[in-house]
Design a protein. Sequence first.
Length: 137
Amino acid sequence: MLIKIQRTTKLNELLREHVKEILMKVSPEITEDPPMVRFMTNDLFRICYLTEDKLRDYPNNYLISVEKYLRSTGFTSTEKDKAADTLRRYLMENVPYYKKRVEKGLEVHTRLPNMPKLNKKDVNIAWLWARVGQEVE
């Protein structure tokens, strides 16, 4: 009897490892009815419902991490974008520090990037190329 129990526990562990590998490779699953997101992080299977009353039950940090996870993992899809937009809309309305952070982040992204600094060698090469171009014409 003991051997049978040990064998089934080893099989269960192997099955768990196999399922975990499959879930880690797959991007988050988003369902419409009921609206929810299922995903796996840090060996934990997580669920986040996307209805207004259910969103109130989750801590704000958890919702922020789910929204960030949806935007940063796997291939893009319209379902993932809709779910992430739903979470962002809820967070913008109900979490003041999140709204400030998003607005500050949008300001940063709208600015033009700084031009790279040129060292003396690059300036000399650019000057020589300009001079050669003038001589050819």
